[in-house]
Design a protein around this ligand. Sequence first.
Ligand code: ATP
Ligand code: MG
Length: 566
Amino acid sequence: MSNQESSAPLKASNFISQIIKDDLDSGKHPSIVTRFPPEPNGYLHVGHAKSICVNFGLAEEFGGQCNLRFDDTNPSKEEQEYVDAIKEDVQWLGFNWSGDVRYASDYFDQFYAWAQHLVREGNAYVCDLSAEEASEYRGWATEPGKDSPYRNRPVDESLELLQGMKQGEFEEGSRVLRAKIDMTSPNMNLRDPILYRIRKQSHHQTGDKWCIYPSYDFAHGQEDAIEGVTHSICTLEFADHRPLYEWFLQNLPVPSAPNQYEFGRLNLNYTVTSKRKLKQLVDDKVVEGWDDPRMPTISGMRRRGFSAQAIRNFCNGLPVSKSDGVVDIAQLEFSIRDDLDKNAPRAMCVLNPVKLVITNFDEHVDGGRQLVIAPAHPKKDMGERQLPFTPELYIDRADFSEDTTLSRKKFKRLVLGEYVRLRSAYVIRAEEAIKDDEGNLVEIRATLVPGTVGENPPEGMKPRGVIHWVSASEGKPATVRIYDRLFNHEAPDKGESDFMQYLNPESLQVLENCWVEPGLADIEPESCFQFEREGYFAADRKEFSKENLVFNKAIGLRDTWSKGGK
Ligand code: ATP
Ligand code: MG
């Protein structure tokens, strides 16, 4: 990222940055290389954002480089769509990877040569056990495994079979290449792990060139070594793989010696962050797609109206620790709200409109309309808006009551027979509530108090509060989508039931009949606003156009969830 000053620095106490600092000070490395290594089997989520901020952030902090490398060793679950989305998300977050995008598959020829090397050195063999048999031979965490009967097959035979595997001569699952390490190791990962599997599948990068694919373990450290990665940072579940990571580096003629470090995954309450589960939400059409604004994906958060800066601030504010923890989603929401409060211009939108007619308009305003001026932002100089004030307006139904006994403290809105200020415009008085045959409110008649634009009303005339409004003749119709949490359980995938049981049936509410101030027809998709008194909203990235104003609610004005409301 070029504008470093705009992103909060990683916590100085971060143990990985201390290791890097020591490595640079001692001269172990003249400069550092990190990498972010997603598997293109889904869209990136908020947990990945954390990993991106750590990896790119450390490279930035120490003047090193960070690679973007796709760990594309399993073609059955990977797709080009995911590759493209991941690149876009990383860039949108504000990071630039060093050089070209890299792919594990760029190195498949090298991996194959290294596999042959291991066989020649007596460190790997082709094993013909079925998956079921192999798992029996593997033993348990508490019980040592047994050597495969193929473990000591002659080197030449393994070399020949490996070549046959590569040439597609054998069925999927009939054979694998395994490292020869230790079937009695207490670390299951060292019990002759699989290096290559037969998979007769096309690959999004290599097409049909390969029908054997390396395992994650056989690929990852070698990719790091080829790229000169100095600090290979991953999440805690890989700690048990580290001895294997190191075993390959020791037993292969690799060009450099990376080190692996692990930190705790980011988990958020009320959220699932597993690509498999997020994919299920997409496949089952519970959400509109990976970028549905309710999804914790980077593209979903983006579409919802969260800024890259706010997401980075959130990630960088979390500790990089050696244990997994659960972060309260309110913390993410705080970062979003804080950023939007500072940066989103203000606008008015009536979500649930009722017409308000100013009966004395023509007595006080010439030409049927008056432009009133409102600042785009109360604290920042973001210019001004000109709002047409006309005889017919919309206000929100919830801002009007006929109940004159309501206390002034509790109901700071419009009450029949009383005064209220229309934001940036006149003080008005509600004179009459017009009903239809069924008694539903259809219109409010009101009078304006002349001379009250930007001025206090005469002594003794006390408006209850300030409400927002939109001109009925010049405002624009809009659709507004209100989101709530996708799950109504704090730990949806840790509960007793399947996580799908905890879906919040009210996570999406579509309001088709909203009115916005006219200037909002001229904005760009993805622009964010504070709709005064309602919350923060973003013009939908995909659907918003001048003719079709669609807004997504990013977040409310304050945290109401923790207080038990919505
Ligand atoms: P998932 O479980 O969502 O499928 P993954 O770990 O399989 O995630 P990868 O594409 O392999 O997904 O992840 C790329 C990088 O992002 C890895 O280094 C991984 O450790 C890191 N990462 C993934 N999830 C999180 C998380 N929740 N918090 C921090 N880092 C994460
Ligand atoms: Mg993974």
